[in-house]
Design a protein around this ligand. Structure first.
Ligand code: NAD
Length: 485
């Protein structure tokens, strides 16, 4: 199946932090892939702006290396990389000083192309960048800014950041990135829910026993120890990624698939979340193993009480979901890398077969990574003679297999989201009030830990987290899904 690529309008994209890790690994190789796919019009320009003392040629060499290392376009023809590099220039800029701003303004002034500024720098610089763009006349009402995570570290800082950006930009110009929302399967989740008649009538507490969301990483904190230790799994993963997935799975059907309608429905879910009881949360910290240091060694603080794992039971107080628990779990150094959402339907209320009541249930699994796809577990007769014995088998839809080579290699989340910025489509970006509502729900949980002097439970590396997490579900007569790709 050949996917249809619709080119976006030509654009000027300024990447503040254009020499940083995120630009090198994701943004620039992603832009090149869109160029190869024919989605990025050749007259577009990409302007790196950062502290490094590069000129255009240095930057082009930097970007060429990034593309070689982190994946260029599959179908690129000879000469394409060179043509792409010609679209690149570089201006040394200091977000906190005057250096570079006049040059940057001169470079883009007079251009009528779509104008976007990607803030791929630490959040402490977001306000400086907004202010300087305004001072130098670049923050006109048509431009867009892309803001990286973390968006605040609690409600107060998120509100302050929103207020700072609002001084110079309208909400319609602000694109807060959560790259989980750019994943193909996440969007497919909406297509499955709202594009099929099959699921929506069953999508409520009458038919759904519970829902699990797992985002497991097999790696530890690596070189991000210092940053991570100030954040922890709750701030780094739950407040944004898991919360966004929860919203998409739980929200009411929007009246249409447009940014305002979708984000209104997501916000309603966050506002309907119950406060979480302390005995409905388990925090963990991974221990040392043959494969690497334990969490405290990795972050260089032998007394750190920051969690690298969190599991929780969450309730949503609304007509659709009251009574159906959502179990969320995320952690580092877990047994495998696996992100998935599982909808476990209730058992049939009467069986005509000779089976243990409740043994067979339909289970819908939406895999985000790796092997993006959707599986529906259905009950059938075990083949062969010997009576009516039931077994559960997966109706498996691997996107790679179902959609063939082209559809099976969809754009990376960052590529898709950057193209959405250029198109001016905010559906897959977080609105300011959504972010604040998510912090308003998260803050009391973190404050509770701090007040109680809560210490995370140790867990073995390459495991599924502390045993308390399994016990939390066992108390409800349930079990976690295996963490496996
Ligand atoms: P980095 O430290 O690798 O790069 C920072 C960039 O900012 C560099 O290009 C540097 O020159 C520039 N910079 C620093 N101070 C500056 C100043 N005063 N003026 C102008 N430029 C300045 O950081 P990163 O890992 O690329 O992360 C960038 C942002 O993206 C951060 O907000 C981070 O939280 C977020 N993020 C990163 C990742 C990732 O995988 N790296 C993932 C998600 C979010």
């Amino acid at each position: 199946m050949v996917s249809r690529v619709i080119p976006v309008d030509p654009f000027d994209l300024v990447i503040f932090g254009g020499t940083g890790d995120l630009a090198r690994r994701k943004i620039l190789p992603g832009l090149f892939r869109r160029y190869c796919a024919g989605q990025m019009p050749p007259e577009s320009r990409i302007i790196g702006a950062a502290r490094s003392d590069f000129d255009d040629a240095d930057y082009q060499e930097f970007v060429a290396e990034a593309i070689r290392e982190f994946g260029g376009g599959r179908a690129c023809e000879d000469g394409t990389l060179e043509a792409f590099l010609e679209r690149l220039s570089y201006v040394p800029v200091d977000a906190r000083g005057e250096a570079g701003w006049t040059e940057l303004a001169a470079l883009i002034s007079g251009s009528t192309l779509v104008r976007a500024f990607y803030f791929s720098v630490g959040p402490s610089l977001f306000g400086d960048l907004a202010e300087r763009l305004h001072q130098h006349g670049m923050a006109d009402e048509h431009c867009r800014i892309v803001v990286e995570k973390p968006f605040g570290r609690d409600l107060k800082t998120a509100e302050a950041l929103n207020a700072t950006l609002a001084e110079h930009f309208d909400e319609s110009q602000i694109y807060r990135i959560d790259h989980y929302l750019g994943k193909e399967t996440v969007q497919n989740l909406m297509a499955v829910r709202f594009g099929n008649l099959l699921f929506e009538p069953l999508w409520n507490s009458q038919y759904v026993d519970h829902i699990q969301i797992t985002v497991a990483e097999s790696v530890g904190v690596g070189g991000r120890g210092e940053y991570y230790d100030k954040s922890g799994a709750m701030r780094d993963m739950v407040q944004n990624h898991l919360m966004q997935l929860l919203c998409l799975i739980a929200m009411e059907p929007p009246s249409k698939f447009d940014p305002g309608a979708v984000r209104d429905e997501k916000l309603k879910v966050i506002r309907a979340l119950d406060p979480v009881e302390p005995h409905h949360i388990v925090r963990g910290q991974y221990s040392a193993s043959d494969d690497g240091p334990g969490y405290r060694d990795a972050v260089g603080d032998p007394r750190s009480t920051t969690e690298s794992f969190v599991a929780m039971k969450v309730g949503i107080s609304n007509w659709r979901w009251a009574g159906t628990p959502f179990y969320l779990r995320t952690g580092k150094r877990m047994v495998d890398r696996c992100s998935e959402i599982t909808v476990v339907f209730k058992a049939r209320n009467h069986s005509i077969f000779d089976e243990v009541q409740g043994q067979h249930r339909n289970v819908l699994t939406i895999r985000l990574q790796p092997n993006e796809g959707i599986t529906l577990g259905v009950t059938i007769k075990e083949p062969g003679p010997g009576g009516m014995r039931l077994i559960d088998v997966p109706l498996d839809m691997s996107f790679a297999e179902a959609l063939g080579e082209d559809g099976g290699d969809p754009p990376d989340a960052y590529e898709r989201l950057i193209m959405d910025v250029i198109r001016g489509n905010q559906t897959l970006f977080m609105r300011g009030d959504e972010v604040e509502a998510a912090w308003a729900w998260t803050d009391p949980i973190i404050e509770g830990w701090n007040k109680r002097g809560d210490v995370p439970k140790p867990y073995d590396s390459a495991s599924t987290g502390p045993g308390d997490s399994d016990q939390m579900l066992a108390r409800d007569g349930r079990t976690w899904r295996p963490v496996s790709p």
